[in-house]
Write a new protein. Structure first.
Length: 358
């Protein structure tokens, strides 16, 4: 009995498997302490088709290496579905409640998702009532996953020695992480655009507090920036990636002016394109969800830097913050880009249940 009183309690481990790296975060059960945070590269090169055994083996090995020797407690884990797994779209259905709304969404989903409904796991978030002509419709964020893909994701984590206790989606984890950082009463009343720039894509969510109004993925990320630098400077992509990252992570007064100028010129068209895509999201919000304007941009992900934040803030006309989900903890992960922990932290903040760590 006495030993039970001293068992440490903790959250499940948030497992974020990105297109280039793996991030893990675990918090105490009350979310007031960081137990551990770890990251590491994927060992696969991305050339194997998703679901191929060779890729699964390499990802399992990658996850096991990130876990090895760390201070994580227990084996419970929350895993994440992202753009590679999800069909995601804002849709409008006739306004209804309960089973009637469910039927409307299922019927609309059947004509949209790219795999049989019988093989799909379908979830949705209700956004708001929208006036469509003389009719009031319900704006809904539809999310669907092909069941074999979901089963492969679960198997991968199990083979690495973890016990999946819940499956979450990347945008929901982003929102949860955002709410944990911006806790003031006034933060709950404003609308924010969350922009997570990763290696292969950019995830966008427009929220008011923990209410999600809009989600979209943009096919642009760090990989595209690396390719642009490599092409302009006539170098290998791996060298271009290292050059861009190392120069960007230095303080502005320690950056090489010539390198900074060359990199900036190479990626400028892509940054302008990203700004244009985000402007379209802002316009969609202003036309669809009237009443409260967007007030803030929050930038996260492995590509989130102060330079990119400044450019996007100026382009969109929004006050802006860099996400730093671990800033509230006395001990934190040592990383130049704290925004990379956004999704893993949001997964660890999942309200699935409290677990006993052994």
């Amino acid at each position: 009995m006495i030993s039970k009183l001293f068992k440490r309690r903790c959250s499940p481990i948030g497992v974020d498997i990105g297109s280039r790296s793996i991030k893990l975060v675990q918090l105490s059960a009350d979310h007031n302490q960081l137990i551990d945070a770890a990251s590491g590269p994927r060992l696969d090169d991305g050339t194997q088709p998703p679901g191929e055994q060779a890729q699964t083996d390499q990802l399992t090995d990658s996850l096991a290496r990130v876990l090895d020797g760390r201070g994580f407690r227990g084996r419970d884990a929350v895993i994440c579905l992202n753009q590679r797994h999800l069909f995601l779209q804002n849709i409008r259905v006739p306004k209804a409640e309960g089973d009637a709304l469910e039927r409307n969404i299922q019927q609309e989903a059947a004509g949209r998702i790219p795999f049989p409904v019988s093989e799909a796991e379908i979830r949705y978030l209700e956004a708001a009532d929208i006036r469509h002509g003389d009719t009031v419709m319900r704006e809904v964020i539809l999310m669907a996953c092909h069941r074999p893909v979901l089963e492969q994701s679960i198997e991968l984590v199990e083979r690495a020695g973890l016990r999946p206790v819940a499956v979450d989606v990347e945008p929901a984890a982003m929102v949860r992480s955002h709410v944990s950082q911006f806790r003031r009463d006034q933060d709950r009343d404003i609308r924010s655009m969350l922009v997570q720039v990763g290696h292969s894509s950019t995830a966008v969510a427009i929220v008011q507090g923990d209410e999600v109004l809009f989600i979209k993925y943009i096919e642009l990320g760090g990989r595209n920036l690396d390719e642009a630098v490599a092409q302009r400077l006539q170098m290998q992509i791996s060298d271009a990636s290292a050059l861009r990252r190392h120069n960007g992570d230095r303080r502005s007064d320690r950056q090489d002016p010539e390198i900074s100028r060359s990199v900036a010129e190479a990626i400028r068209p892509l940054v302008e394109r990203l700004g244009s895509e985000l402007s379209k999201c802002v316009r969609y919000h202003s036309v669809t969800f009237r009443g409260i304007p967007l007030s803030r941009l929050v930038l996260s992900g492995g590509e989130a830097t102060q330079q990119l934040l400044d450019l996007l803030s100026k382009r969109l006309g929004l006050r802006a913050d860099l996400s730093d989900p671990l800033r509230v903890y006395p001990t934190r992960a040592n990383s130049a880009r704290q925004g990379q922990w956004d999704v893993a932290t949001g997964l660890a903040l999942s309200s699935w249940r409290k677990t006993t760590c052994r």
